[in-house]
Design a protein around this ligand. Structure first.
Ligand SMILES: Nc1ncnc2c1ncn2[C@@H]1O[C@H](COP(=O)(O)OP(=O)(O)O)[C@@H](O)[C@H]1O
Ligand SMILES: Cc1cn([C@H]2C[C@H](O)[C@@H](COP(=O)(O)OP(=O)(O)O)O2)c(=O)[nH]c1=O
Length: 203
């Protein structure tokens, strides 16, 4: 039987990465084989593209095309073969991030996003997307506390991140069967409780 494809989304500092490995462990505990991966990245070539994408200034459409190029490679080399073997794939970000960051944040034409999505993975969408939603100032505070070096996207102004957040919420509104909004301004324990309920419903 084909495995399931779960993606994590949210603004920077929402807390996604703190739960990706935890969720994979929960699934492994149910006897499943789980691949944990991320975008941009997930393959050798994808990780090289990630370096460029997170650090080099570039035209919006170049950025979008490179996100989808990395995604094409990721689907072909890792995601699709794993799902076909019956493994589950847990991925930190996928196309909803392009919708939110390049679309909402930077203003990419929606029809261009939809054309690329159709081209690259019309046949395959996540079975479940967990959208970590929280106010921008809480996410910002977490990033400051973590004292991490800010990448190109994290250095964007607050209004950019507000648009990203809103674009994610609009996307979730339009895809209620696939996307679940997690109230991420919460303790790790409370967030895990929300995740357990959702995951139980798809296992
Ligand atoms: N629920 C939470 N409450 C408080 N701090 C959190 C919570 N979730 C994550 N953090 C902290 O916030 C920072 C950003 O979390 P991270 O998981 O890296 O976010 P993201 O992957 O969404 O950018 C980390 O230092 C992490 O330890
Ligand atoms: C997948 C993807 C990511 N991004 C951005 C969002 C993030 O700011 C950045 C990398 O994501 P992420 O791995 O969440 O960064 P970190 O490890 O610092 O938490 O790439 C896009 O702009 N478009 C995309 O399609």
């Amino acid at each position: 039987m084909r495995g399931k494809f779960i993606t994590f989304e949210g603004i920077d500092g929402a807390g996604k990465s703190s739960h990706v490995e935890w969720l994979a462990e929960q699934l492994r505990g149910k006897g499943l084989t789980v691949q944990v991966t991320r975008e941009p990245g997930g393959t050798e070539l994808g990780e090289k593209l990630r370096e460029l994408l997170l650090n080099e200034p570039m035209h919006l459409e170049t950025e979008t095309l490179l996100m989808f190029a990395a995604r094409r490679e990721h689907l072909a080399r890792l995601i699709e073969p794993a799902l076909a073997r019956g493994e589950w794939v847990v991925c930190d970000r996928f196309s909803d991030a392009t919708w939110a960051y390049q679309g909402g944040g930077r203003g990419l034409d929606k029809s261009k996003f939809l054309a690329l999505e159709h081209w690259v993975h019309d046949h395959l969408h996540p079975d479940l997307t967990l959208l970590f939603d929280l106010p921008l100032d809480v996410a910002r505070e977490r990033i400051v506390l973590a004292n991490r070096v800010l990448d190109k996207f994290e250095q964007e102004r607050a209004d950019f991140h507000e648009r990203v957040r809103q674009a994610y919420l609009d996307r979730a509104h339009g895809n209620p069967a696939r996307m679940r909004v997690i109230a991420a301004d919460n303790t790790l324990e409370n967030i895990r409780k929300q995740l357990e309920v959702i995951v139980a419903s798809i296992c």
